[in-house]
Write a protein that binds this ligand. Structure first.
Ligand code: SF4
Length: 397
């Protein structure tokens, strides 16, 4: 069995570490490019959304590289995402790309027994006993959490760098080393080493960078090609930002939600109280969080044709009036023109910077409160650098 799955952010990086630990081969398709998007578009239904077109291109590529089994995350729900697995299978079968399919649906949709049976099938050709697999699984989840924690710290601290680009270099170096490492223990060592590198960078915690919350459709949030590498762009611009929709977030929501539902209870969201597909409801909740925690603005990302996020965009318009929320919606299409996106994002961040300066010069309560609360939220953590920074930043206001 040669397993493959579509590119979704770090999924292959982490999947390779896990599967090699338990002795199973995986096939990694080539990274997403404009060419692969064109190939995917050729055989996809016209009206389908962008993630599908990239995924189908990945799977064809993996087929040519020898993959015979597809593992697909799937979630039941009213948007097209709920149909991705079946639709991919039917199109690929009709074109002669025959795979064995293992769909990882939400626990709430298929039940514990069915999910366990699919997972057992997934690791049926391993050369390690079950306790080792469970141990590797637990450690892999640890890798995901620690890597996301490293990302989160770097995304915040980037706004305080003395020399622009250092946090970004640490993240790139970490991923470069992870792409070559074998064994989950070594992977964890690499991440921890890069966390210590992050702490050694020189920061100026008297700076008051703008702070942005990045949110939107999950694939665009996780896969850098689908969002034109927006995280790197924001880091280059010295903007502190936070994104909560990640691979680990999806795992917690999909698999842990049914086991520990009380941990996922949230205050009622009057703007969009029901799930309408994708994670539109969660996107709106992010907007509410933004105003409560004093972020300067929200950037919402989604691919053209995404139905649920169009609804959250409409809700955001209302919130912009009622809650003074600043939102930039970036809708990615298949044209690949970077310059237009960059200009819009730069214009938005410039506007936030100017507004922040104006508020500061007025000495308004809003500005002071937002800065203090926002920094508190941003820099909370056990990391020594963040703690040091927190004290400096907070004492600076
Ligand atoms: S959330 Fe949007 S982009 Fe994702 S599958 Fe649903 S409609 Fe498509």
């Amino acid at each position: 069995m040669k397993i493959t799955f579509p590119h979704i952010g770090d999924a292959h990086l982490i999947g390779r570490i896990f599967f090699s630990e338990i002795g199973i081969d995986i096939v990694t398709p080539s990274a997403n490019t404009v060419k692969s998007l064109e190939r995917g578009s050729e055989i996809s239904p016209d009206e389908i959304c962008l993630p599908f077109k990239l995924m189908i291109a990945n799977l064809i590529d993996a087929y040519h590289l020898g993959a015979d089994t597809v593992v697909m995350p799937a979630t039941m729900g009213p948007c097209r995402l709920g149909e991705y697995g079946e639709l991919l299978k039917s199109i690929l079968d009709s074109k002669g790309y025959h795979f064995q399919w293992i769909l990882l649906d939400a626990l709430s949709a298929i039940g514990k027994r069915e999910l366990l049976s699919r997972l057992a099938h997934l690791v049926s050709e391993r050369n390690k006993p079950i306790p080792v697999i469970l141990w590797a699984l637990e450690r892999t989840y640890q890798i995901i959490k620690e890597l996301e924690n490293l990302d989160e710290k770097a995304h915040i601290l980037t706004g305080y760098e003395m020399k622009n680009g250092e946090c970004k270099r640490v993240l790139a170096s970490c991923r470069r080393e992870l792409s070559k490492v074998t064994g989950v223990r070594n992977a964890l060592k690499i991440i921890r080493y890069h966390k210590s590198r992050l702490e050694k960078i020189e920061y100026d915690f008297k700076k008051r960078p703008i702070r942005i919350l990045l949110t939107g459709e999950i694939f665009s949030m996780i896969e850098p090609f689908a969002n034109h590498h927006i995280e790197e762009l924001l880091m280059d611009m010295g903007v502190s930002f936070k994104k909560r929709v990640t691979l680990g977030w999806w795992i917690r929501l999909t698999f842990f939600h049914s086991i520990q539902p009380w941990k996922f209870l949230k205050p009622k969201n009057k703007y969009l109280p029901y799930s309408i597909g994708g994670y539109a409801k969660e996107t709106v909740e992010e907007g509410i969080l933004c105003t409560k925690k004093g972020y300067d603005g929200v950037i919402q990302l989604f691919p053209v044709g995404c139905m649920p996020e169009i609804v959250s965009k409409a809700v955001f318009s209302r919130m912009m009036k009622e809650r003074e929320l600043s939102v930039l919606t970036v809708i990615y299409d298949e044209m690949g023109g970077e310059a237009g996106y960059i200009t819009r994002i730069e214009a938005f961040t410039d506007m936030l910077i100017r507004r922040k300066k104006a508020e500061k010069s007025k000495g308004g309560r809003t500005a002071r409160k937002a800065i203090a609360e926002g920094n508190q939220g941003f820099l909370s953590g056990s990391d020594a650098a963040a703690k040091r920074g927190k004290e400096h930043v907070l004492s600076g206001h």
